[in-house]
Unconditional design. Structure first.
Length: 237
């Protein structure tokens, strides 16, 4: 009897590493991921993910990386335990972000750059919020080349604008709106709700005033008719 020793290849959904090393790094990952999802919410074939393992080569689970944020054009939204490229029409994540923490080493980031360069990423961005360092690389033929004018840069793929100030990195939607944190989104939603309530109250007040004016006009007409005056005839004269 022949016993098969072949076992299915396992592609873990986790590499055992934390998504972020500190709250500041986590906040930036969430800021980028959530706002990019909002940007492409109406486009069914744009997939945005945060801290998702990407396996580019079938049969090699050891070849993998988990970008802090990645954007994939040409793939549907939806749940994934990992991004297995051979199951995704061999479409490479075109844009990736890494938000650095004090725990990141130069060797680690060099390996990630080599990975992204090797497997076809078009745009690779790195931000260190502790040092306010912002860098970007863009594919030129088979290489990722540093972007010189990165302090005020519009991503060709995303249409998003990045502006490095003395204090922080400001990120803007294509229409000029700034990327907002969850708290800022909530505060803005509350402001919009309060404004809508005020406008509704004003509309109700105007409608009440108009209704009162109509009621007064009807009473005057009735009084004229009770005195034997035909308002229609008066208007005709």
């Amino acid at each position: 009897m022949t016993i098969s020793t072949d076992r299915p290849i396992v592609y873990p959904d986790s590499d055992g590493q934390p998504m972020a090393d500190n709250t500041l790094q986590f906040e930036w990952i969430v800021l980028l991921k959530e706002n990019l999802e909002c940007l492409f919410a109406a486009e069914p074939d744009v997939f945005v993910a945060g801290d998702l393992l990407w396996y580019p080569v079938e049969g090699h689970p050891e070849i993998r990386v988990a970008p802090d944020v990645m954007v994939v054009f040409g793939r549907p939204k939806g749940y994934r335990g990992s991004y297995r490229q051979w199951q995704e029409n061999q479409i490479v994540p075109q844009v990736v972000f890494e938000v650095l923490s004090p725990g990141n080493t130069l060797r680690e980031m060099a390996k990630k750059q080599q990975f992204y360069e090797c497997y076809g990423v078009e745009e690779y961005y790195l931000y260190d919020p502790d040092r306010n360092d912002w860098h970007g690389l863009r594919r030129v033929k088979d290489r990722l080349v540093g972007i010189d004018a990165i302090t005020d840069w519009v991503s060709p793929r995303l249409g998003v604008r990045f502006v490095l100030t003395d204090e922080t990195l400001a990120v803007y939607y294509p229409d000029g709106r700034r990327f907002l944190t969850t708290i800022e989104f909530s505060a803005r939603a509350e402001q919009e709700a309060a404004r809508a309530e005020q406008e509704a109250a004003r509309a109700d007040q105007v409608e009440s005033q108009l209704a009162a004016e109509r009621a007064r006009s009807l009473r005057l007409l009735e009084q004229l008719r009770s005195l034997g005056v035909d308002p229609d005839a008066v208007e005709a004269e």
